[in-house]
Design a protein around this ligand. Structure first.
Ligand code: GLU
Length: 493
């Protein structure tokens, strides 16, 4: 059996990022090419932000796009458990092993002391980082403080000098100066591991042969290599994939682009087209043909063909490719089938009928009034978006704060949403109508829509966010500078 074992280790802290599917795709291709196995491991050690429903959504979205895994929390496997929150004992034991072997140490510094230290470093323009005060405490002092029940974290002893060499299979040798590295916390005071400890322990025990992950993790790799070395383990191979980018070359973020798989699914994109598009983000077309299937990709797959430039995620191109799938690969019958699985079904219709109930005089009123629900875009006009006496700039800013408010809505129900909308009105000190009307226009394309809060529930946050961004664009956009300033004020309240 092949010894190739690859994994993704997503954190279930939000909607499924297209970058997760992109990485999973390259893992799947790599595993299939070499007859290996692909593992899904859930990195849920951030107790505050991890949520089980995001984990469920993640698995559902990956399956929808057409990627499956051979081992994972749902299907099991020989190296489980596959959820990090179920492996805490293993991490604690390993942190202890490192302390005992002199590679890590207890640190009792309080958060106040760390904050002071940081402020001092900032004031004096010194490099930021832990000053290693606890690195050389005597064993008897450590014992005594532990016995007194003082809070502690465990830190890894990083080398103070020398050069770390990372061998990346795509990028070749990458060098890092150890002098710039910090004595990283590996076990937090709540007994949970940090990412660095957990990822290394799990990759080793799950016999991961190749760590394929995004470029943004390169700077963490020196810490991981020190951990492997401290344990006396052989590290896996590293492959850092190029990032997905916004049009302006920055890392793809939901501020400019919809980033969740759930958005593309809800907006009516097809799974095979989206998967194909994600492959093109780092892999060249096959014989000049951009439309390629997973099977063709596995057949052709050669890691050396991955281009490192970083790829701009271009919605127009994705839409074009999606059109080709519909035209070239589907009969009308099949399109109808796909539409039924999407939104053209009783369950969805019933939700909308309930909203439009009071607004219909004949059945013929339904489709025109419901069209916004199914539309990819609603193209609101600048004129409709502007309440009387309001200017484009202030309405754009109001819409931006509405995005932030809705993004942070934990209770996605009418009450939860209403309180956020009112909060936005209070923030601006505007009459509620001057908030609800532009929102209605941005979300439905027209001034008269069904009840706003229910509409927001039905559309879901992913569509809502994108339509509000489009509303801001229709008003001429919001400069980065303005958005930053606004965010500061927003965060104060
Ligand atoms: N939890 C990290 C992520 O979300 C995993 C990084 C890694 O693959 O090492 O990308």
């Amino acid at each position: 059996m092949s010894s190739v074992r690859v994994r993704i280790a997503p954190s279930p802290t939000g909607p499924t990022h297209v970058g997760t599917a992109y990485q999973a795709l390259f893992d799947r291709l790599f595993a299939d090419k070499f007859g290996g196995r692909f593992i899904l491991r859930i990195e849920d050690t951030d107790q505050d932000r991890s949520r089980r429903e995001y984990e469920t959504q993640l698995m559902d979205s990956l399956k929808w796009i057409g990627i499956d895994w051979d081992e994972g929390p749902d299907v099991g496997g020989d190296y489980g458990p596959y959820r990090q929150s179920e492996r805490l004992e293993i991490y604690r034991e390993h942190a202890k092993i490192l302390v005992d072997s002199g590679h890590a140490y207890y640190c009792f510094c309080s958060s106040d002391r760390l904050a002071e230290m940081r402020a001092d470093q900032e004031r004096n323009k010194k490099p930021l980082g832990y000053d290693r005060r606890c690195r050389n405490l005597s064993p008897s002092e450590v014992d005594q403080r532990l016995q007194q029940g003082e809070d502690y974290v465990i830190r890894l002893k990083m080398p103070k000098e020398g050069v770390c060499e990372i061998e990346d299979k795509l990028r070749g040798k990458i060098e890092f100066d150890y002098a710039q590295s910090d004595d990283q916390v590996i076990l937090k005071s709540d007994g949970f591991p940090t990412y660095h400890l957990a990822v290394v322990v799990d990759d080793f025990h799950m016999k991961i042969s190749h760590v394929i992950r995004g470029e943004e993790w390169i700077t963490s790799t020196p810490k991981h290599l020190v951990l492997y070395d401290s344990f006396g383990w052989e590290p896996p191979e590293f492959i850092h994939l190029p990032l997905l980018l916004n049009r302006d070359g920055t890392k793809m973020s939901k501020r400019r682009n919809p980033t969740s798989i759930e958005y593309y699914r809800r907006a009516g994109y097809s799974a095979d087209a989206l998967l194909n598009y994600l492959a093109l983000m780092a892999y060249p077309p096959l014989n000049d043909e951009e439309k390629v299937s997973l099977a063709e990709l596995v057949q052709d797959f050669d890691i050396r063909k991955i281009n490192l430039g970083g790829s701009i995620f271009d919605m127009d191109k994705l839409t074009w490719l999606n059109g080709r799938y519909l035209r070239e690969d589907r009969t009308p019958q099949q399109i109808l089938g796909e539409m039924k699985e999407w939104l053209v079904n009783d369950e969805q219709f019933l939700g909308i009928v309930s909203l439009l109930h009071e607004r219909m005089e004949t059945l013929g009123d339904f489709m025109p009034k419901a069209a916004f629900f199914f539309a990819r875009e609603v193209n609101p006009s600048e004129q409709d978006l502007l309440p009387k006496n309001r200017e484009t700039g202030e309405v754009s800013q109001m819409l931006q704060t509405a995005i932030w408010a809705l993004d942070s809505t934990a209770n996605w129900d009418a009450q939860g949403i209403e309180s956020k909308v009112r909060f936005v009105a209070d923030f601006w000190d505007w009459p509620v109508r001057e908030v609800t009307v532009p929102l209605t226009v941005a979300l439905t394309g027209s001034k008269v829509g069904p009840p706003l809060f229910e509409t927001i529930i039905l559309l879901g946050i992913d569509i809502v966010r994108m339509r509000l961004i489009n509303g801001i664009e229709a008003l001429g956009g919001l400069s980065k500078k303005k958005a930053k300033k606004l965010e500061k004020e927003w965060k104060k309240v």
